[in-house]
Design a protein. Structure first.
Length: 109
């Protein structure tokens, strides 16, 4: 997956939009709900790698981090509720989509 594919997948979810909230950063993008403006995905580049932050339930976060080497505590976010997925050739695309959908659901309210 690449940045554009992630954005396109996120925007397939109902009532969402992309936002570039950081004035000096034209790469990082958040995908938000139109109803509450909360983001459920943050895409950024860190140390030359593509990072995707998504929200998960805390008990599931530990399982993910212990199972997948490309899932780590969230970069610059609450590490109890957010995880970073390092997007590279090893990532399971279906898992990424599942986690985006979960994040979407968890941030709807």
């Amino acid at each position: 997956m690449n940045k554009q594919q992630i954005i396109e997948y996120c925007l397939e979810l109902p009532n969402t939009y992309e936002d570039y909230p950081f004035p000096d950063d034209d790469f990082s993008v958040t995908i938000k709900h139109t109803s509450n403006n909360k983001w459920f995905a943050l895409i950024m580049k860190v140390k030359g790698k593509l990072y995707l932050n998504v929200k998960t339930k805390p008990d599931y976060s530990d399982i993910l981090r212990n199972t997948y080497e490309y899932i780590i505590p969230a970069y610059h976010m609450n590490k109890e509720h957010w995880n970073t997925i390092i997007i590279d050739d090893n990532v399971d695309e279906s898992l990424v989509k599942e986690l985006i959908e979960q994040s979407y659901e968890l941030t709807k309210k």
